[in-house]
Design a protein around this ligand. Sequence first.
Ligand SMILES: Nc1ncnc2c1ncn2[C@@H]1O[C@H](COP(=O)(O)OP(=O)(O)OP(=O)(O)O)[C@@H](O)[C@H]1O
Ligand SMILES: [Mg+2]
Length: 359
Amino acid sequence: MLNISERRYRYLYELAPDMYHTLNMDGIIVDCNRAWTKKTGYLKEEIIGKSVCSFFTENSRDAFCQEFSEIAKEEEVSGIERDLVAKDGTVINVEVEAIRIFDEEDNTTKFLVLMRDITKRKKAERALKRFARYLEQKNKETRRLSRRLISLLERDRHKLAMELHDQIGQSLTSVKMDVEMLAKRIKGADQKSREQIRGIEKRIAASIREVKNICHGLRPSTLDTIGLIPSIQMLVDDIKKHKDVQAEIYIKNLSSRLDPEKEITIYRIVQEALNNIAKHANAGNIFINLVVRNNVISLSVEDDGIGFDSEGVLKKNREEEKGALGILIMKERVAQHKGDFYIESQVGKGTLVLVEVPI
Ligand SMILES: Nc1ncnc2c1ncn2[C@@H]1O[C@H](COP(=O)(O)OP(=O)(O)OP(=O)(O)O)[C@@H](O)[C@H]1O
Ligand SMILES: [Mg+2]
């Protein structure tokens, strides 16, 4: 029986797909199976009698020397990773497991060692790590780029607002004065000419107002002069003027001024959220909350309009080259301040935009 069992064991040992060897107490290989010769390219006689260290890479050899005395005390060892060098120089990554073999007096005489080839797994792990590093890098680059784009956007808007104001605004004002003077000079003119002049005056005044509005939209100068809350109030007044909608603003703990960059972010988000309500929502009510708590400023803009499939729209926006930008830009602005942006909407159930930015 013992003989049969011994033969069976030999058979399994020899033909196992993993590398098996028997190691004596000095770290010398006294026996090995066929997988060893197949994987390393050495003949059995080139393996047996050699120190197992001679098949390791330099790093693995150092680690083995340091650990062998410790390992020899253990009943069994598993999960150790080492690198072998095949005859042709290629490196084989292996995972090592070992158990002691005892003699009749219960003394350890040898170790039975299994080495599982994990080269492919290691290669995949390395590729995965490289890919993760690449993605992280790309992510950082995209963040930096969008931060830069948003600050350029604000700067260009500022520049454009100044130029509009200084060039078009000023020249319209001087044309207005000229027309007023002309009107005085031709007082005695016929009724038709006087009406024409009055029409021109009105159109110029309207254009001046228009330029002012455009300038304000480009660069909310009220933010610097009257502050965030009155500026938001002006946005709300504006939507009420154009849409049949009720709006409530609730503000708590916002006594002092915020960092100007954060004020612009909050202002722009309210502006875009209100624009979206005006453009898409068909809402009857708008609720705006602006609350400071635990050094975090929370903003919510809620409407009871037609709502939309927010998950579907956001997915579409991310994927389409020329998709809508409003919500994406809101999100990006908040990310710049390491804040959180959240939009929740369902068809027929209104829309909620939530923002939290650390002060
Ligand atoms: N308050 C809202 N009520 C209903 N639908 C909305 C609301 N806000 C956004 N949406 C929907 O989400 C879509 C995406 O909004 P987003 O602001 O990103 O783009 P947009 O307003 O269409 O274009 P823009 O790039 O000019 O902002 C809108 O086209 C609209 O369908
Ligand atoms: Mg929009």
